[in-house]
Design a protein around this ligand. Structure first.
Ligand code: AMP
Length: 179
């Protein structure tokens, strides 16, 4: 499967100079969608994963597949203000400014191993903040999965200890911080 050709690249989005890797084109391509989900499931078939934390919003697409297939809970990490009950929250730096993610406190069960899933790893800040929430309640990070990695942004420095896995990596000097 030529996964690269299934990923739409959008120059100058959301701002000039940014190359945006649009993974929605994977989901309109059933062959690519199946390849991505099967590859993800295969990578973790021998790992002990008690539950999945998926990151708003594109992480939800893959997190739900993993959870459904493996019969484990799916927890949503959402942008601040979207979840109605008591939350744990973590703020992290973006290129300009900062962002905050929240998880329902009662959903994040301590002493369990959580796989964190998003669509793309850029600087690793989003995933590092999510991992910090997991650890703050005494739970463990079982791993980190994303379709795409941008290793030139040195995300290994932030999240290398969680053994992040990706299906393909790009090398370009362009960075995008979205949403
Ligand atoms: P980071 O926290 O820097 O690792 O940024 C990761 C988040 O930003 C992910 O949720 C991605 O969806 C989004 N993102 C960052 N850069 C890009 C890019 N070049 N193309 C598409 N999404 C991106």
């Amino acid at each position: 499967m030529d996964l690269d050709s299934a990923i739409r690249k959008v120059p100058d989005f959301p701002k000039p100079g940014i190359l945006f890797y649009d993974i929605t084109s994977i989901f309109t391509n059933p062959k690519a969608f199946k390849f991505v989900v099967d590859s993800m499931l295969d990578l973790y078939k021998d790992e002990k994963v008690d539950g999945v934390i998926s990151i708003e919003s594109r992480g939800f697409l893959l997190g739900s597949c993993f959870s459904y297939h493996n019969n484990v809970p799916l927890v949503l990490a959402r942008k601040k203000g979207k979840l109605p009950c008591k939350t744990i929250e973590m703020s992290y730096d973006l290129e300009y400014g900062s962002a905050t993610l929240e998880i329902h406190e009662e959903d994040l069960v301590p002493k369990k191993r959580w796989l964190i899933i998003d669509d793309l790893i850029a600087t690793g800040g989003t995933l590092a903040a999510t991992a910090a929430m997991v650890e703050s309640v005494g739970a463990q990070v079982a791993g980190i999965f994303s379709i795409i990695g941008l290793p030139f942004l040195n995300y290994e420095e932030k999240i290398g200890k969680y053994s992040p896995k990706t299906l393909l990596n790009y090398s370009t000097e362009k960075i995008c911080e979205t949403e």
